[in-house]
Design a protein around this ligand. Structure first.
Ligand SMILES: Cc1cc2nc3c(=O)[nH]c(=O)nc-3n(C[C@H](O)[C@H](O)[C@H](O)COP(=O)(O)O)c2cc1C
Length: 186
């Protein structure tokens, strides 16, 4: 089975976008779409970027482990909040510190806000950064508006049928790219 990492980008105290990350972890598990692992950038608590991993003399164990997990994943569901029209520094930090790990990595992006627009201002900036570093961003999007009304703290959506339908399409697109990359490797 292929492996999907759900990457929860927010490190904010009391964060809410991780509800969507929890939803994806559970949805992928329940529907047996892939082996799934949730990585929470808050757990890594990386220091602000000083240099890329490959140039660090004494990289932390955490960073080495993070790199290995990203490298081993066949695809990534990236869940990011919108902060002031962009994505959080925690995510930029994690993108910039790696390099080869992102190359040709299929990444499906879910943007989250507590307002009505579903974090849609984030899309162009995060897609551009990921494209620039060689990742394969999946065109399907998964914007989440009013996250606190639409997902509970365990990641259960208020409207399971509707959310499941959107998630199915979103993840099908990710899986298409994952399979395409796997075929090219063979
Ligand atoms: C610093 C900061 C800036 C924000 N800027 C925006 C914004 O530009 N647009 C928006 O829709 N929501 C904005 N919000 C609200 C977030 O979308 C909301 O807090 C959401 O829950 C953030 O995800 P998090 O809880 O995982 O940190 C902002 C929140 C913070 C903390």
């Amino acid at each position: 089975m292929q492996k999907i990492i759900v990457l929860s980008a927010s490190v904010r105290t009391g964060k809410k976008s991780n509800r969507v990350a929890l939803f994806f972890e559970q949805y992928i598990k329940k529907h047996q779409l892939a082996d799934v692992e949730l990585l929470d950038l808050e757990d890594y608590d990386f220091p602000i970027f000083h240099e890329r991993l490959r140039f660090l003399k004494n990289p932390s164990e955490k960073l080495i482990e993070f790199s290995a997990r990203i490298k081993a994943a066949d695809g990534i569901v990236l869940v990011t909040p919108e902060y002031n029209g962009g994505y959080p520094a925690s995510l930029k930090n994690a993108v910039d510190v790696l390099y080869d790990e992102w190359k040709r990595k299929p990444i499906a992006i879910s943007t989250v806000s507590d307002g009505p627009f579903g974090g849609n201002n984030v899309i162009t900036s995060i897609q551009y950064s990921l494209w620039k570093i060689g990742a394969l961003t999946v065109p399907a999007l998964f914007p989440v508006a009013r996250v606190m009304e639409n997902y509970d703290e365990h990641g259960v959506p208020a409207n399971e049928a509707f959310t499941g339908k959107l998630a199915h399409h979103f993840l099908e697109e990710l899986k298409w790219y994952m399979e395409a990359v796997a075929r090219m490797k063979n």
